[in-house]
Design a protein around this ligand. Structure first.
Ligand SMILES: CC(C)(COP(=O)(O)OP(=O)(O)OC[C@H]1O[C@@H](n2cnc3c(N)ncnc32)[C@H](O)[C@@H]1OP(=O)(O)O)[C@@H](O)C(=O)NCCC(=O)NCCS
Ligand SMILES: CC(=O)OP(=O)(O)O
Length: 354
């Protein structure tokens, strides 16, 4: 079964609460309608109520079953402004500025997530990735077990002409612009964890470069090789090749010729790009030329799931990101329970079954 179908089924079995903050975009409302109808999530749409209703009416979208929240008349707004002020006061934000900021549906939605009114948020069909990600980092914040917030795409290759089939993780194609070796190693480890939880496969990581095993000499190659060494040191259990070219990462026959001692053997399911230029161009090529379905950018390393979209997204894309967000919400809740148990001093065996 396709990974994304399994994720949708799992979300249906355990729906979560997901907030969407771009309710004046028909793709968002259509996906909201589908998510409610499929029973994968309780959907909250945040924004100008009149604009949301007008858009739904014009498109013939039934929002029955979705909750509409308008920050301008929400009873939550005053408390949210206090929370935002407390968060950003040391960065120079005044209470007045916080009151204005929470009227922005994106900020309001992320405060709903932070304060537990929902389990995940999705935006980015209209707003830029920089806006969506910056708000998520500032309002939701990083998970204490990660140093860096980064992003990944779940790429689905399901067409008859795809020689490589199934789900792949591409990272980072949306967030960290120019990672150094340490940041790149963090991205790789987070992407491996994302593969384990979403693909339900053991991760096989390729640290991509224009060089395989030092076949080219350049500081850019050294960075990738250094990042791979750092991952091996911290996660000796992880199958990883790097520096490695894309062909040797995904074609077994080429891997056997270029890297005889490969741990991945040309069967990588996690592709880690050396920087955002390569990653963003790479995923769009796979999607637009290669016919892959690109789900994301999904954020990794946040305390709770706040996911992004490409402004070129389709209704299907938004629906799929909602389903993944529900699953990430369960995983984040599990991490919080384990952390709480650890703090309470509960025995390790109890923690593992939490
Ligand atoms: C994510 C992004 C917006 C952050 O950049 P920025 O606004 O310049 O960020 P700053 O360096 O000013 O930092 C803003 C805050 O986020 C934090 N931050 C930035 N990147 C972070 C990361 N990857 N992980 C954790 N925290 C991060 C900073 O510590 C800072 O925190 P503070 O405000 O509490 O001090 C930037 O990396 C970016 O634009 N990335 C590319 C997005 C994009 O255009 N993608 C292409 C399409 S998908
Ligand atoms: C992920 C990405 O490239 O987003 P956008 O297309 O919105 O810039």
């Amino acid at each position: 079964m396709k990974a994304i179908h399994r994720i949708v089924d799992e979300a249906r079995a355990r729906p979560g609460r997901v907030v969407l903050s771009e309710g004046d975009d028909p793709r968002i409302l259509r996906a909201a309608e589908r998510a409610v109808c499929a029973g994968i999530a309780h959907i909250v749409v945040v924004g100008d109520r009149a604009a949301i209703r007008k858009c739904a009416e014009a498109e013939g979208i039934d929002l029955e079953g979705a909750e509409l929240v308008d920050p301008t008349d929400s009873a939550l707004a005053a408390g949210f402004a206090d929370e935002l002020h407390a968060l950003r006061r040391n960065k120079g934000m005044s209470l007045e500025e916080a009151r204005r900021a929470v009227l922005d549906p994106l900020c309001f939605a992320n405060l709903m997530l932070r304060l537990g009114h929902v389990d995940g948020s999705v935006a980015g069909a209209v707003r830029t990735s920089a806006d969506v990600v910056r708000t998520a980092i500032q309002v939701v914040g990083p998970d204490p077990s990660f140093k860096l917030v980064s992003s990944f795409f779940l790429m689905m290759l399901c067409e008859s002409f795809h020689s490589l089939k199934g789900g792949l993780i591409f990272s980072d194609c949306g967030l960290v612009i120019d990672p150094d070796a340490e940041a790149l190693s963090e991205i790789a480890m987070a992407a491996a964890d994302s593969a384990r939880s979403l693909l339900m496969e053991e991760p096989r990581v390729a640290m991509l470069s224009f060089s395989t095993g030092g076949s080219a000499k350049h500081a850019a190659v050294d960075k990738v090789a250094d990042a791979a060494r750092r991952v091996r040191a911290q996660r000796p259990d992880l199958a990883i090749d790097g520096d490695v070219q894309l062909d040797a990462a995904i074609v077994a026959e080429i891997a056997s010729r270029k890297i005889p001692d490969s741990q991945v053997g040309g069967r990588a399911n996690v592709l880690v790009f050396p920087n955002l230029e390569a990653g963003n161009i790479g995923y769009k090529l796979a999607e637009r030329v290669g016919g892959a379905v690109a789900i994301g950018p999904l954020l990794q390393g946040l305390a709770k799931p706040a996911n992004d979209l490409s402004r070129g997204c389709s209704v299907d894309d938004v629906f799929h990101v909602i389903a993944v967000t529900v699953m990430q919400g369960h995983a984040a809740a599990q991490r919080r329970r384990i952390a709480e148990l650890a703090l309470s001093g509960a025995p390790a065996v109890v923690r593992e079954t939490a």
